[in-house]
Design a protein around this ligand. Sequence first.
Ligand code: CP
Ligand code: NVA
Length: 312
Amino acid sequence: MKDFLAISDCSVPELQELLAESSSLKAFYKSGGRDLCLAGKTLAMLFEKPSLRTRLSFQVAMTDLGGSPIYVKPEDIGGIGKREPVKDIARVLNRYVQGIMARTFEHQTVLDLAQYADIPVINALTDWSHPCQAMADVLTIQEHFSHIAGIKIAFIGDGNNVARSLAFAAGKLNMKLCVASPSGYELDEETIRSANALTPGCTSQVRDPYEVVVDADVIYTDTWVSMGQENEKAKRQKDFAGYAVDGKLVAAAPRHVKIMHCLPAYRGYEITDEVAESPGSIIFDQAENRLHFQRALLKKLMTPDPQSLLSC
Ligand code: CP
Ligand code: NVA
């Protein structure tokens, strides 16, 4: 595993190993332990979009492991792929640092970085997917339910990058994802087909949010207006009417249901403040687990392979 670009690229044992390592590093760091396995290593963090959780959790995780993160705003380098081609950025960074993480608009940008850099490249969110988020979400589900297999997630709203990564996580780890969206905002057919090819029936798409929450273990939602879609805001807010996760929708779900949101949450739109702050809400556990997953991911990708050390 050189890169982490999409959950669909990873094998089930790799994903399970990352989850196990996240849990064990979480316990280790909480008990005061420190693992400086990335001492002397540097991670370049390229961002075309804003970020609180992803940027800070990677920065803290890298520092925790003894390494150094460098945050690069697009304007610092004249735009990704604008002042110079992405393939040149990749080959230059290859000579300076030991890992790249990037948050971009086009998914192709992270694919190009990975193709032209020999060092690991991590997808920190693209318009197409958000795999680090989905893995932190799975870790959170595992902690709250003590298992992953068979958990049903009712995803209410936009069939977006987060929903897509959750679909691949469902396919790989035997969960169920049922997305309820208004017309025109569904999860794409190709994603549904690919996820269901991994585990038949794991991902489905319906119109009615009440239909999917009735037997849900988790109700998940995300913004109706993803980064880069700001000029569609008024239309989207109108089109998503009736898709808010509110007290009435939660009341239609089983009593044990947990509420998840990748954050940032736009209260009063996709989720009410009452639901976000309710006892069933585990949104800050999810946010915390971004750090614990990021640590495990950086350790796995940026620590030299023991086999290659032996062969030196
Ligand atoms: N959930 C998430 O990726 O948050 P940020 O946009 O703040 O990184
Ligand atoms: N779907 C959202 C996720 C933010 C973490 C976006 O892409 O803006």
